[in-house]
Design a protein around this ligand. Structure first.
Ligand code: PEP
Ligand code: MG
Length: 543
C-alpha cells in the first residue's frame, strides 16, 4: 500500500484499477538494422495494428459524432496503405539499413513536408494527417499503443499531465478519477472532473515508472489522497464512503424540477457549462435551466484539420434542439494558451496566456471566424441561441465583431438562408473589460464573467502553474470587487450579468453572489443541484 497527497480539484471518492498514461514522446534514434527483413515485418505488423486502431476510432466516431467526422479515420487508414508511402519506408530499411522506427519517422516527415508545400488546400491539410499516422505507427513499434477506451474497464487515469486534446478523446464512461503529477486547479482536466462528478487530484508526487496499469487505487478527493494497492481495511472504508456520497447525491436529486429561487423570491438562472455535444447528458441529468457556456473550441481539439461549417452546424443544432426553449450560450472559439491545435500553426510564444488567442485569432483570421458564425447563425433557428465572445479588452473589438457578424448575415440573406437574431454578449475575463464594463455594457446584450482567466490576469498568477497555489486566493477582494462592479455596470444599462468561471459554483460565495445581484450562474453540470440547494437557502436581501 502506498499513499500520496495531492491537491484536490474535485471532491468525491472512487476506487478502481489504474490506467497509467505516459505521454512523453520517446525519441526515435537511427540504428543500423542487422536484419532488414525483420524490420520490414515489424513495420507490417505496426501498420496492421494502426489500421485496427483506426477502425475502432471510426466505429466510435460514427456512433458519437457522425459520418463526416468519422471519415477522417478512414482517410488515415487509406494513407497507411498508400504505395508511395510504403515503398519509401521499405527502401529506407533495405537500402539504408535503418531500424523500422527511424524509417517510418523520417518517411513521415518528408511526406508531410511534401504535402505542406503543395498549392492545393486539400493536400496541404493532409500534411498533419501524415504526421499523425507516422506517429501512430512509431508508437506501435515502440509498444506504446493508444489506449483503447472502448475495451477497458472503468479506470482511474494516472498521468504526468493531460492536455485538453487527450481528455477530449477519452470515453467518459470509462474514467473513475484523474490523478496527475502536474496540472492546476483551473486546468481543463479539472474542469472535466467537475463536469463528470469524479474525484481529481493534481500535484501528486508519484513515480509513474513505479506504477503499473491494472493496480488498484483509491482516490479520495476529500482527504486529498491517493492510495495505490490499498489493504482490505482501506478498501472497506472506501466502499463505505463511496456509498455515503451516492446517498447524498440521491438526496439532491429531489431538487430536480424545482425553481432556483431565493427564499425571498429572487430567481437566478442556473445554467451549465459544457465542452461537447456528449456533455448534454450531464446537463439533462442534472436539470440545468440552460447552457451558460458551450466551450466551442473543443470542437477544434483532438483533430487534424478545422471542423467544417457543416460539422459545426450539426453540433450546434443538436445542442439547440436538445435544449429546446432553454437558452444556449455558445462561446466562439477560444484557442490558444493551453488549448493548442497543430493545424492553426500558431507560433511558439513566450507568454501564450497573454498572446495570440481567442478573439485575437478570430479578428485577424476572419475566414475562420466567419465559418463558425455562419454555422452558429444557421443553427439559431433550432432553439434559443446566444453568442458570447471571449478575451475582450475593448469596445472597438466588439464593434469589429459586429461588423463581421453583419457581413455573415448579409451573406446568409443573399443565399436565402434563415436565421434568428441571437443575443450577443461578452466574457468579462480581462481586468480591462471589467474596468471599462460601463462602456461595454452599452454595446452588448450581456456579460458573463470568466473568473478563471479574470483571476489569473488580475492576480498575475498563471492558472496552469500549481506551484503558485500558495499565492492564489480565489476569494481575493480584487476579484470580488471587480465582479460587483461589472454586475452594477450591467444593471445600469439594463443588461444581465452572470458568472461562468469555476468560482460561480463555490459554495462559500453563493451568498456573496446572490447579494451582489448576479442574474445567472453557469456551473459544471455536477454542481447544478448543489448550487440550487444553496440559492434556495440564501435570501437576496440581508435582514
Ligand atoms: C474563464 O476564463 O473563467 C472561462 C470560463 O473560460 P475558460 O476556463 O474556458 O478559459
Ligand atoms: Mg477564459
Amino acid at each position: 500500500m502506498q499513499k500520496f497527497s495531492g491537491k484536490t480539484v474535485y471532491n468525491n471518492i472512487a476506487m478502481g484499477p489504474i490506467l497509467v498514461m505516459k505521454n512523453e514522446d520517446e525519441p526515435v534514434v537511427r540504428l543500423h538494422a542487422e536484419d532488414p527483413q525483420a524490420e520490414l515485418s515489424r513495420v507490417e505488423a505496426a501498420c496492421e495494428q494502426a489500421k485496427e486502431q483506426l477502425q475502432v476510432l471510426y466505429d466510435r466516431a460514427m456512433e458519437t459524432v457522425g459520418e463526416e467526422s468519422a471519415a477522417l479515420f478512414e482517410v488515415h487508414q487509406m494513407l497507411i496503405d498508400d504505395d508511395d508511402f510504403q515503398e519509401a519506408i521499405q527502401s529506407a530499411i533495405t537500402d539504408d539499413e535503418v531500424n523500422a522506427e527511424y524509417a517510418v519517422q523520417t518517411t513521415g516527415e518528408s511526406f508531410a513536408q511534401m504535402f505542406a508545400e503543395m498549392e492545393d488546400e486539400y493536400f496541404k491539410a493532409r500534411s498533419a494527417d501524415i504526421k499523425d499516422i507516422a506517429g501512430r505507427i512509431v508508437r506501435n513499434l515502440q509498444g506504446r499503443a493508444d489506449v483503447d477506451f472502448g475495451s477497458i474497464e472503468p479506470s482511474v487515469i494516472v498521468a504526468d499531465d493531460l492536455t485538453p486534446s487527450e481528455t477530449v478523446r477519452m470515453d467518459k464512461d470509462k474514467v473513475l478519477a484523474f490523478v496527475t503529477v502536474h496540472g492546476s486547479t483551473n486546468s481543463h482536466t479539472a474542469i472535466l472532473a467537475r463536469m463528470m462528478n469524479i474525484p481529481a487530484l493534481i500535484g501528486v508526487p508519484m513515480d509513474l515508472d513505479a506504477l503499473q496499469t491494472g493496480m488498484t487505487a483509491i482516490v479520495d478527493g476529500f482527504a486529498g489522497e491517493v492510495t495505490f494497492e490499498p489493504d482490505e481495511d482501506a478498501k472497506a472504508y472506501a466502499q463505505k464512503r463511496i456509498a455515503e456520497e451516492k446517498e447524498k447525491a440521491a438526496l439532491l436529486q429531489q431538487l430536480k424540477g424545482q425553481p432556483t429561487v431565493t427564499p425571498d423570491g429572487r430567481e437566478i438562472h442556473l445554467y451549465a457549462n459544457i465542452g461537447n455535444v456528449g456533455d448534454l447528458n450531464y446537463v439533462l441529468d442534472n436539470d440545468a435551466e440552460g447552457i451558460g457556456l458551450f466551450r466551442s473550441e473543443f470542437l477544434y481539439l483532438g483533430r487534424n484539420d478545422f471542423p467544417t461549417e457543416d460539422e459545426q452546424f450539426e453540433a450546434y443544432k443538436t445542442v439547440l434542439e436538445t435544449m429546446g426553449e432553454k437558452k444556449v450560450i455558445i462561446r466562439t472559439l477560444d484557442i490558444g494558451a493551453d488549448k493548442k491545435v497543430d493545424y492553426f500553426n500558431l507560433d511558439e510564444e513566450e507568454n501564450p496566456a497573454l498572446g495570440y488567442r481567442a478573439i485575437r485569432i478570430c479578428l485577424t483570421q476572419p475566414e475562420i471566424f466567419k465559418t463558425q458564425l455562419r454555422a452558429l447563425l444557421r443553427a439559431s433557428v433550432y432553439g434559443t441561441l446566444a453568442i458570447m465572445y471571449p478575451m475582450i479588452i475593448s469596445v472597438d473589438e466588439v464593434k469589429q465583431i459586429y461588423a463581421i457578424v453583419d457581413e455573415v448575415k448579409a451573406e446568409l440573406d443573399a443565399e436565402g438562408i434563415a436565421y434568428k437574431d441571437p443575443e450577443q454578449g461578452i466574457m468579462i475575463e480581462t481586468p480591462a473589460a471589467a474596468i471599462i464594463s460601463d462602456d461595454l455594457a452599452q454595446v452588448v446584450d450581456f456579460f458573463s464573467i470568466g473568473t478563471n482567466d479574470l483571476t489569473q490576469y488580475t492576480l498575475a498568477i498563471d492558472r496552469q502553474n500549481n506551484k503558485l497555489d500558495a499565492f492564489s486566493n480565489p476569494h481575493h477582494p480584487a476579484i470580488l470587487r471587480l465582479i460587483q462592479m461589472v454586475t452594477e455596470n450591467a444593471h445600469k444599462y439594463g443588461k444581465w450579468a452572470g458568472i461562468c468561471g469555476e468560482l460561480g459554483a463555490d459554495p462559500e460565495l453563493t451568498e456573496t453572489f446572490v447579494r451582489m445581484g448576479l442574474d445567472e450562474l453557469s456551473v459544471s453540470p455536477s454542481m447544478i443541484l448543489k448550487v440550487r440547494d444553496n440559492i434556495r437557502r440564501t435570501p437576496y436581501k440581508a435582514d
